[in-house]
Design a protein around this ligand. Sequence first.
Ligand code: NA7
Length: 547
Amino acid sequence: MTQTLPETSPTGAAVRTVDAVVIGAGFSGMYMLHRLRQQGLTVQVFELADGVGGTWHWNRYPGARCDVRSMEYSYSFDPDLEQEWQWSEKYPTQPEILRYANHVADRYDLRRDIQFETRVESTVWDDEAERWTVRTDRGEVLSAKFVVHASGCLSIYKTPEIPGLESFSGPWYHTARWPREGVDFSGQRVGIIGTGSSAIQSIPVIAAQAADLTVFQRTPNFAVPAHNHEFPPGYQEEMKAHYPEFRQDARTSMLGIPHPPAEKGALEDDPEARRRRYEKAWHDKDNTLVDLMAAYTDMLTDKEANDTAAEFVRERIREIVKDPETAEALCPKDYPIGTKRICVHTDYYETYNRDNVHLVDLRKTPLVEITRDGVRTTEQEFRFDALVLATGFDAQTGALTSMDIRGRAGLQLKEHWDEGPRSYLGIAVANFPNMFIITGPQSPSVLSNMMVSIEQHVEWVSDAIQYVQEHDLRTIEATPEAEESWVEHNAEVGNSTLFPTANSWYMGSNVEGKPRVFMPYIGGVGPYRERCDEVAAKDYEGFVLAG
Ligand code: NA7
């Protein structure tokens, strides 16, 4: 399908021509803008929010923190930036990360090329002009040689699939759209649906404030203690003195978080030695969310090995939670540990020992509806003054499939991904020339320290764009064969692990009707980077370069 570019937009404004449109001003979009501008391109960034920060702009729920340590969840591209910025504690809070994002926007004067409060409605490839036509909800039309989707992996939030939300007479809040001014739950009866990471972080904080908190749990999660703390004097300076080596270790690691490689399988250690390892991963104040799973080589490939760590965590839950029935309900039993994102908690399990906190096990008494006064399960109606929905996201593909993205001959990305995402390296899609995705499905993305993966993708994409420009090329486009073989490789690596045995958002199984496919790439951040570098070194092997 050829779509002729109009000379004026529907509002009568002239069509604006830029080299690149970047969608999203989170950490991906900001760095993308910085790089492309340095390369001399004209760039327009569109962002739905009224500020930078992406996920950290929206997710302002009580207790929101990153579950990767602050000093590694930060940009490494500018040594001056990483030396000058001071983090205050092990796991940064949402406000601190947002301050950092704003600092970056100021430092590199990014805002002048970001248009806020604007939704990109469509990006359509014009076969004749060999450019993208980008339309926004403000009626603007742009013509761009390149489009970079930096719209995030967890941006389209979902509400529970039960009727009645609109009939609830009190206020309800989704963790991913928390009011900027905060919420005062003092004296209130509050219900929260969901027990993923957002709920696990917010429940202890809400419980300390509300008169009464009822948690509706469908699937319990494994959570390890955060041991969050302010940095002791000298710690940060010491880390900064070795930043280059530390960053390099992160880039070549499996998950973007440096960790010594495991040496043997879990069952090769005797039970006592195994316990000591798990105890260390649990109690060490500098632990990370990967320590437990990285203790042995086969934790994510061998169910028996995995069971040893899962049982260790269940024992800790039974130790902490005093009411045996509540403890049992909080113990995950029907999926291997690590196949749903492990949560990092501060007093989550301890919170169930409070008199004002109640757990409702939806496996026993499923939700039926939200009523005017609260929530009804198959057993009873619960009355609330306020409701919190911590019900997650249409992850990884949602932001892309909810936009009208059309490539060659009008092919819709949503159609192309009907049976699950298809991409080459999680960066490019066949029949969608000059289009790139930052941390797209089939790249390590959500299975890694996002900052490491974001920087790797932004740098790879900006290098590819520079290559196209310097060689006077018109288009760069993944071949269908390269895409097919990457899709197969992704599935093969994913299927060699325990991940597909869980109903997780990695599998798309949290969204009704979404194809059940393991989406992120589990081959490891370091090996993946090598593969991408090899593709670039071979003059973009697997891509057609035209011009
Ligand atoms: P998650 O991890 O997707 O958690 C969503 C939670 O909401 C999870 O416990 C779901 O249960 C539950 N849920 C969703 N829909 C329903 C319905 N209809 N009824 C009952 N319970 C429901 O999202 P988060 O925001 O917590 O975390 C996302 C990521 O952000 C996290 O992994 C970190 O990487 C940062 P389910 O498990 O589907 O049975």
